[in-house]
Design a protein around this ligand. Structure first.
Ligand code: G6P
Length: 449
């Protein structure tokens, strides 16, 4: 059985059979842009071959660093935001049990915790309290080395580390993942002798989970990064033929573009497993930064089922008809339970007695697809067979390659993100960063400060 399979059978009333073959020529063109580097942003396609061409020396150093951290630390504070955070975070949720952090007192396990992904001081204080006087190391991750949120968090935990261990020992407990030559973090790392890992030039942040950015924290958590890469390598080999009848990742890209052009401008990535909520957050950056530009693009959103059927469900069923859905459906949960019997059957669930809860979950999924179809919402499904490293690597590559093709199909550069600078310039103005005084003055005048 395929580890990841794409199912468009519920699109029949929304997309005619001929439409897929009619978009094939455009897919061929997008494929050439992506594979041959003739499209915009061609310098940022090195993620395409990461699973098979990863620097083996660096991979071995990641494994060795993970072992070292596991042996000397109760916590790894992983500091980063956006592409320097979401991949590892979603992988941890996906690969570990639902109450991962509740095991923080287990001496045998190094807990990976995250900082620098918001500007919440309460969060930072809570994390400081959680670590308490336990042993910890830091993995600071930033391609640019100057992003505000991680830089502030790093100051906090760096200071805490030096206070606890002294300068020399602290320097041995800092692992910096950054650009190979440029940037503030690289300069600081070299000056202090921190072990460094590389975010390759040709890999943008949102495509970097299969570099040290994701691999080091994932390995520290105890997950098998060789299997993760093996799954991605299998996907790399699988999704090469541009023929839409043979390439399911390309099919996904094609269908979402066909639907987008019909007015389905928002896509919800959905799951039926709470530990996949962060998968959607990772996917939202991948899709949003890749495609939302030049005043166009599918708006990537998400919903967690069956939970949100009791909140967003009404809107999806009957609200404005601009929604499409992509369900990531797990076919085989790690655990299954049966619905227990009850003496009095007051809740009327007796008819489910002895049935597996996962079977109930799957019937819910099937019922929702039919209801949403009926309500005018096209639903696609990406089936995954289990929640393990191999399948996750496969799934990561499925979405990455689909996003590259999808961006070119919509006539944009999928690999830049010029729009993220606008708010930063304003923020630097308001914060009084040297060089941004004029912006600050102008904004304050507008705001009547
Ligand atoms: O890794 P860094 O340079 O710190 O960047 C972290 C993130 O922040 C930026 O604002 C970009 O929008 C993201 O694409 C990037 O992943």
């Amino acid at each position: 059985m395929a580890h990841v399979s794409f199912d468009a059978s519920a699109l029949k009333q929304f997309v005619h059979d001929n439409e897929l073959s009619e978009i094939q020529a455009m897919v061929n063109a997008a494929d050439s842009q992506l594979r041959e580097g003739t499209g915009a942003g061609a310098d940022f396609r090195d993620w395409l071959h990461l699973p098979t061409e990863y620097d083996q020396e660096e991979f071995a150093r990641i494994q060795a660093a993970a072992k070292q951290i596991q042996s000397d630390s109760d916590f790894l504070v992983t500091i980063g935001i956006g592409g320097s955070y979401l991949g590892a975070r979603m992988a941890l949720d996906f690969l570990h049990d639902s109450f991962y952090l509740a095991h923080a007192d287990n001496d045998d396990q190094t807990m990976v915790v995250f900082a620098g992904n918001s500007l919440s001081s309460s969060y930072l204080q809570d994390l400081i309290n959680l670590i308490g006087d336990k042993d910890f190391s830091i993995n600071v991750i930033s391609k640019s080395g100057t992003t505000t949120e991680p830089s502030i968090a790093f100051r906090i935990f760096h200071e805490m580390l030096v206070k606890k261990y002294g300068e020399t020992e602290a320097n041995k407990r800092i692992y910096a993942t950054t650009d190979k030559a440029r940037g503030a973090l690289k300069t600081e790392a070299d000056a202090n002798g921190w072990e460094t890992f590389i975010i390759p030039d040709g890999v943008g942040g949102r495509f970097s989970v299969l570099t040290a950015v994701g691999l080091l924290p994932i390995a520290v958590s105890g997950a098998d990064i060789e299997q993760l890469m093996a799954g991605a390598a299998k996907a790399e080999a699988t999704y090469v033929d541009p023929d839409l009848t043979k390439n399911e990742a390309y099919q996904y890209a094609a269908y979402r573009n066909i639907l987008y052009r019909k007015g389905y401008t928002t896509e919800l990535l959905e799951n039926y497993e709470p530990n996949m909520a962060m998968l959607a957050e990772w996917w939202k950056q991948l899709a949003g930064e890749s495609e939302g530009k030049d005043q166009k693009g599918i708006y990537p959103s998400s919903a967690n089922f069956t939970t949100d059927l009791h909140s967003l469900g009404q809107y999806i069923q009957e609200g404005r008809r601009n929604l499409m859905e992509t369900v990531v459906k797990l076919d085989q949960p790690n655990h299954d339970l049966n619905v227990p019997g009850a003496a009095n059957d007051l809740d009327g669930l007796g008819y489910l007695e002895g049935k597996s809860i996962d079977w109930v979950n799957t019937q819910a999924y099937r019922a929702v697809v039919a209801a949403h179809n009926e309500g005018g919402v096209p639903v696609m499904t990406v089936h995954i067979d289990k929640e393990d490293e191999f399948t996750l690597g496969y799934l990561i590559y499925f979405f990455e390659v689909a996003m590259g093709i999808s961006g070119y199909l919509n006539g944009i550069n999928p690999f830049n993100q010029p729009g993220v600078e606008a708010y930063k310039t304003n923020m630097f103005g308001l914060l009084g960063k040297p060089g941004f005084e004029e912006v600050g003055d102008k904004l304050r005048a507008q705001m009547n400060d």
